[in-house]
Structures are given as structure tokens and as C-alpha cells.
Ligand binder design. Structure first.
Ligand code: FES
Length: 177
């Protein structure tokens, strides 16, 4: 082990120990499969996949969860932080029970996507990336979801909804517990 590895391995243990043990165990159990798919010459891809899995398990990527991923991959904590904050699919703030991601890129905005987002922001009383006070919904503005042909589009808990209207959005969100 190099000096570099030692220092990164030692930087996080306390915070990692404070994570729920059962969830850490689930993450550790999932890791061999990820490492098998992304061998050492694909470290970066393994980082993306490991963060993704950690997010599924811990709901969001807290600093402790980021440290766990870095620790297990033998990567620098700063690298995990960089990746987690760079990509929009990672949550580095706590999220609500449901995550609503409204596309406000060009095609969607021309079809009313931005207005939908703006309306939701006001009606849910949250900022972009914020969570309603009852913890029900986290609202985020996102870039193109690849459904421009059926704009405007949004993801609700990663499920795609297209050709949205104010009425359909209301119906979909109204159905969320
Ligand atoms: S611009 Fe919204 S899905 Fe492409």
C-alpha cells in the first residue's frame, strides 16, 4: 500500500463507522459485483457505479457515504467528492421520499417544461434541489432526459413521464404518498 492509500484509508473511518451497519454491509456485499464488471483499468467507471449503488442504499451521498466509497475503492476521498458533486444523478443533499426531476432544457422548455418546474417550485414551496417540509418530494431541475420528442418530460423516482401537462403533473404528484 502506498502512503497515499494509507492517508485516504485513514481519513474516513470514524464517519464510516457512524453509517448504519446494515447498509454498509449491503454496500460491501454489492461491491465485488461492481469491481468484477469494472476491473482496475476502469477505476473511473467503478467509481460511478459504486456511488450509484451507495446512493440506492443510503438514499443520498452524505460525506460519510462518499468516504465509504472512496475507502472501499482505495481512491482519494476528494475524487469521490468530485464525482458525486459533478454528476447531476447523484444527490449530495438529503432527499425526500420521492425525487421529481423536471427537464428544463431547450426542447422541454419550449414545450412548457420550465413553466412546469417553476409552477412546482412555487406550489411545493421549495428551491431547486430542495425538499418539501413533510419530506415527501425533492424537486430538481435537470438537463435533457433524452425524451425531447415527447417534451416536456420529467423523472419521478427514475420513472419517465412524457408529454406533460399541468393536469398530468398534478395527477402524477398527487399519487405520491
Ligand atoms: S430537452 Fe427535455 S428531454 Fe430533451
Amino acid at each position: 500500500m502506498s502512503h497515499h492509500d494509507e492517508s485516504t484509508a485513514e481519513r474516513g473511518p470514524q464517519e464510516i463507522a457512524d453509517l448504519p451497519k446494515e447498509k454498509v454491509a449491503r454496500f460491501d456485499a454489492a461491491l465485488p459485483e461492481i469491481l468484477k464488471r469494472y476491473p482496475t483499468d476502469h477505476k473511473e467507471a467503478a467509481m460511478l457505479a459504486a456511488l450509484r449503488r451507495a446512493q440506492e442504499i443510503f438514499d443520498w451521498l452524505s460525506p460519510a457515504a462518499q468516504k465509504l466509497v472512496a475507502n472501499r475503492l482505495g481512491a482519494a476521498v476528494t475524487r469521490a467528492e468530485e464525482v458525486a458533486t459533478f454528476y447531476v444523478m447523484y444527490h449530495t443533499r438529503p432527499v425526500g421520499r420521492h425525487v421529481v426531476e423536471v427537464c428544463t432544457n431547450v426542447s422541454c422548455s419550449l414545450a412548457g417544461g420550465y413553466d412546469l418546474f417553476d409552477h412546482l417550485r412555487k406550489s411545493l414551496d421549495v428551491d431547486n434541489g430542495g425538499t418539501t417540509k413533510d419530506g415527501r418530494i425533492t424537486l430538481r431541475q435537470v438537463e435533457c432526459l433524452g425524451s425531447c420528442g415527447t417534451a416536456p418530460a420529467m423523472l419521478v423516482d427514475e420513472e419517465m413521464h412524457e408529454s406533460l401537462t399541468p393536469q398530468s403533473v398534478e395527477r402524477i404528484l398527487g399519487g405520491l404518498k
